[in-house]
Write a protein that binds this ligand. Structure first.
Ligand SMILES: [Zn+2]
Length: 334
């Protein structure tokens, strides 16, 4: 560890101790998506291998890291050790197996990987189609009036990033076939024929994660917003994804992450009851905060601290652990 990492770890451990057992006995569950081998100029704030390793060294020195399944057991029995933390990855990106796994293994850390099975082996999520389309587009302006965005400038990366953010928010809550049709139209408007087919894991990489001691969790087949589906469709998505994962790893899959994960918006009480009825042991949302004994194991909160420097990242992690109305306001959470 660098001196800065050691100092930050020491300060955070002391801060957690100062706030007392009520704070240090809460469980932080981190969410990651991609961990790129090198920084992405289009999304410079996303962690790359170097930054991820620095964060994980800090986490390993400060927290007791466990899988979500282990944490759910501890919460149920009231035996959660102080400074417990779970590392989770959503969606099933190939760089999770190629970049993040070797770092986790070097540091002796275990993590939980929630995988949408419909994109394994050469598929691509709709949001990545949007991102890669805007990355590859050779035009300097594009008419996106079809999406209500008017004529958009694409002269530099920050303009492209803004267009991506606006497109993702305008398409996110459309049903799956409409999203696919919108992506097809976007490709035409941007004049992009080829998009990458190697963003997501291959099935053998999922099996390799499992063999490496990592936990595999379900995340539906096609990553729909569950509230846009009929209940039978939601069940097919949730159970179908789990069955595919179980056949890939030849072992039970009993934890789940709601796609997009905002309580009351992306899923509701009927989906919580469904996940429980399907025999899962627990599930995670994307509501910020830290979990504690007595919380609903089918709606455990998760959080992604942000900030380019480790002390700022660690301070946000601490504030999330604190989990008061003041800290939620500071973190920009609703
Ligand atoms: Zn997801």
């Amino acid at each position: 560890m660098t001196t800065a990492e050691k100092l930050t770890a020491l300060l955070l451990r002391n801060a957690l101790g100062l706030f007392g057992t009520a704070i240090s006995s809460r469980l932080s569950i981190l969410i990651f998506h991609r961990v790129r081998a090198v920084p992405d100029p289009l999304f410079p704030c996303e962690p790359d291998a170097r930054r991820f390793e620095s964060l994980m060294r800090f986490v390993a020195a400060t927290f007791r890291v466990m899988t979500l399944g282990e944490a759910i057991d501890h919460l149920a029995r009231g035996t959660l050790p102080p400074r417990s933390l779970v590392i989770t990855f959503d969606d099933g990106y190939a760089d999770n197996a190629e970049v993040a796994l070797p770092i986790l293994q070097r540091l002796g850390l275990r993590a939980t990987f929630f995988i949408s099975t419909g994109f394994l082996d050469g598929g691509r999520m709709w949001n990545d189609s949007v991102i890669e389309c805007l990355r590859a587009c050779r035009l300097t302006t594009v008419d996106l009036e079809e999406f209500g965005l008017g004529r958009c400038e694409l002269a530099d990366l920050s303009q492209r990033r803004q267009v991506i953010v606006r497109l993702l928010s305008c398409l996110k809550y459309r049903r799956l076939p409409e999203r696919e049709a919108a992506v097809g139209l976007l490709r035409q408007l941007c004049g992009v024929e080829l998009l990458p087919h190697d963003l997501m894991m291959r099935s053998e990489q999922v099996a390799m994660l499992h063999r490496s001691g990592m936990e595999i969790g379900a995340h539906t087949v096609h990553h729909p917003i569950l509230t846009t589906l009929m209940q039978e469709e939601a069940e097919t998505e949730i159970d179908g994804g789990r069955e595919q994962l179980q056949s890939i790893i030849d072992a039970p899959v009993d934890v789940f992450a709601y796609p997009n994960g905002k309580p009351g918006v992306d899923y509701d009480e009927s989906h919580v009851a469904l996940v429980e009825r399907l025999g899962f042991r627990g599930a995670v949302s994307t509501a910020p905060g830290a979990a504690q004994a007595g919380d609903d194991p089918f709606q455990l909160p998760r959080f992604t601290p942000w900030g380019k420097s480790l002390p700022v990242w660690a301070a946000r992690l601490l504030m999330n652990q604190w989990n008061t109305s003041f800290s939620r306001a500071w973190l920009g959470a609703k």
